[in-house]
Design a protein around this ligand. Sequence first.
Ligand code: NAD
Length: 361
Amino acid sequence: MKVGVPKETAADERRVALVPEIASRLAGAGIEVVAEPRAGAGASFTDDAFREAGAVLGDPWESELVAKVRKPSDEELERLRDGQLLVGFLEPLTDREGVERLASRGVIAFAMESIPRITRAQPMDALSSQATVSGYKAVIVAAERLPRFLPMLMTAAGTVAPAKVLVIGAGVAGLQAIATARRLGAVVSGFDVRPAVKEQVESLGAGFLELGVVGEEGEGGYARELTEEEQRRQQAELEARIGDFDVVVTTALVPGRPAPRLIPRSSVESMRPGSMIVDLAAEAGGNCELTRADEDVVHEGVTILGPTNLPSTMPYHASQLYARNVSALVQHLAPEGELRLDWDDEITAGACVTRKEEVPA
Ligand code: NAD
């Protein structure tokens, strides 16, 4: 089987769906990678590295399966044909129209977001691998912009107190943000509505902020949406505490829903000038009322950043991890180098977003 790897065309996208290391591993499994020239250039993977790994440089759109990071553009959609397989972040929950267009072209599309969260599918979990990058980078971005040190310093000029960092939403991204802020020496607190998280936050050496709201964990480890009363209580509790923190990283998300609004304007106004918020939920509307996606907002001296694609700013490792996820899925779909789509399989059926009618009831 051939797997095509196009150069990503979305603005500011520097990742690539497969990297040379994985191309060589796939070659060993009987799967040939056809990479578009310069496909990996944005992520520092050269054409020579692809060639040396056994990949062919050529037209990726001729392959049986096309592996992408982002959903196809209009022009890319035109290049896909009936019966061809596509793998990528296809945004099935927020871009129904895009998925329908793929279905109408007869494309058999697998969304990385739709891979079921079961143990067997963990090597394919691209949401988690990219959230790891986002959580790490959110803290690095904050550290770079913050007008103060993160660690405590004892110098001849006196002692510098460590910065206080709060991470709200301690899923994959949040836990990585907590670990990174701890490594940089900040005093870190974490909060999440899922009760199981308290222990994970504490095991990273952070304190758990008690906000008096406890939610539940649903299927796949996701949170359910809080009721209006619970949301109001969470906002009020947070508002009373948020002024203590120099950096607030928010990652709170509920799948398929707008991001919960945790930090209204009044809470921002209770923060000290020079402090900052990095809102990783910006793409879903933001956890902070003042967040504007991919813009820097400064409100009464508080900086609010809403980056929507941090993984693309660390394209080497983001691509490497994503490529491992994609290759695990590809090998699942083509176990001995030959495509064998088993619609009774939970992963194959769950990840496919365009051929539901073929799945037996
Ligand atoms: P996510 O990106 O959907 O959400 C981020 C975090 O926001 C979650 O921890 C969620 O509980 C939290 N949140 C939602 N509403 C909130 C609110 N009002 N206030 C504060 N926090 C709020 O979640 P995620 O990081 O993708 O994953 C969540 C969990 O799922 C992980 O911690 C993990 O335990 C589990 N998981 C399971 C698998 C698996 O294969 N079984 C794979 C990956 C993750």
